[in-house]
Design a protein around this ligand. Structure first.
Ligand code: DHB
Ligand code: MG
Length: 216
C-alpha cells in the first residue's frame, strides 16, 4: 500500500456528501424558513452534523455548549445525539437569530433539550463553571475564536471535546489576500489551536473544515 495520502478533491467531498443521510423534512423546512426570514443561510454540512452526532454519542456527552446558534440547525442536530437528560445550551448574540431559533427549536423533536441563551459568547461563557461540560462547539464570529478557545478549554471536562467550525476559512485558507475579512482570524486561530497543548486536535476535511479536539 502506498504511504502517500489521497489528495481530497471536490469530487471526494461530493462523494462523502452523497453517502451521508440528508436533512429530514423538519430541517429542510427550517432552512427554507430561515431564508424567507432573511437569516443568513449558514449552517454546518449534513456530513459535519452526522460526525458531530457520532462524536457526542460515542463519548456519552450530556452537557453541550454551542457558541453561535444562528438558525438552530446544529443545536437541533447535536441535541438529537444526546440522552434523554442531555442538554445543549446555545449562545447567540443576534436577537433576531435567537428568536428564530427558539421558535424552531420549540417545534422540534428536541425542544426540551435545547436552551438558547441570548448574549455575546465572551460574556456568557465566563458564567459556565470549570470542567462542567462534555463538549463545546464553536461556530460564531471568527475574530473571537481565540477567546472562545480559552473559555472552551476551561469549561470542558478532561476527556471532553472542543469542536470548532470553519478551519478552512470559507475556502480562503491559502489566500494571501482573502476577500472575507474574517479569514485572517481563522488563519491565526488555526495556529493557536495547533499549538494548544491542553488539547489533542486534528482538522477533519468535512464541510469548511472541522477542528476536533479532546481535552487531555
Ligand atoms: C460563515 C460563517 C460560518 O460559520 C460558516 O460555517 C460559513 C460562513 C460566514 O460568516 O460567512
Ligand atoms: Mg461555521
Amino acid at each position: 500500500m502506498s504511504e502517500s495520502p489521497t489528495l481530497v478533491t471536490a469530487r471526494h467531498f461530493a462523494y462523502v456528501a452523497e453517502r451521508t443521510r440528508g436533512d429530514d423534512a423538519f430541517l429542510a423546512d427550517l432552512k427554507h424558513a430561515a431564508r424567507e426570514a432573511g437569516i443568513p443561510p449558514i449552517w454546518i454540512a449534513p456530513e459535519q452534523a452526522s460526525f458531530l452526532q457520532i462524536l457526542l454519542a460515542a463519548s456519552g456527552a450530556r452537557e453541550v455548549v454551542e457558541v453561535g446558534t444562528l438558525a438552530g440547525y446544529a443545536a437541533i442536530q447535536m441535541a438529537r445525539a444526546l440522552p434523554r437528560d442531555g442538554r445543549v445550551r446555545t449562545i447567540e448574540v443576534s436577537a433576531k437569530h435567537a428568536r428564530f431559533a427558539r421558535t424552531w427549536i420549540a417545534r422540534s423533536d428536541v425542544a426540551d433539550k435545547v436552551e438558547v441563551i441570548e448574549g455575546r459568547g465572551v460574556d456568557v461563557l465566563p458564567s459556565i463553571a470549570d470542567a462542567s461540560v462534555d463538549a463545546v462547539f464553536v461556530d460564531a464570529d471568527k475574530t473571537s475564536y481565540q477567546s472562545y478557545l480559552a473559555e472552551s478549554v476551561r469549561i470542558v471536562r478532561q476527556g471532553g471535546l472542543v469542536l470548532v467550525d470553519n478551519a478552512f476559512a470559507f475556502g480562503q485558507l491559502f489566500d494571501a489576500h482573502p476577500s472575507d475579512r474574517e479569514a485572517p482570524a481563522v488563519q491565526a486561530f488555526n495556529e493557536v489551536m495547533a499549538r494548544e497543548t491542553r488539547l489533542q486536535s486534528v482538522i477533519l476535511p468535512l464541510g469548511d473544515g472541522l477542528w476536533v479536539g479532546v481535552k487531555l
